[in-house]
Design a protein. Sequence first.
Length: 126
Amino acid sequence: MMTMATSRLGMVLFGIMILLPQCRAAKAWEVYDHSTPYDTEIVSSNPHRVEITFTDPVAFKDASMIDAAGHDIPVRFGIPEDDTLDMLVWLPDDLGPGSYTLSWYVYVTSHGHPDSGEIRFTIKAP
Ligand SMILES: [Cu+2]
């Protein structure tokens, strides 16, 4: 009886482990690797574009940006067709000095879940 119970428990535990999302088992929920400019970077002029690099392939979802006052700054974004580890966000040409928060949203293809984050950067006054 004891053996039967133990083996059933084992089967259940094994089943749970298989059903756990890959990222949780591997503790790799976070797919953000780095960005240019990096989070909290202070740059001396408009960087014109932000490049975000991920550790695992992602599919594009969305990106948006606000200034220090919370106003929306229009941005254009995309993931290069042949490069699913990078997301590019183009900034307005007339982006002036100030602090900005760029939010990104992606779908992590190999993990089967969405992910998002923020990159804050500051353009120094001349
Ligand atoms: Cu994951």
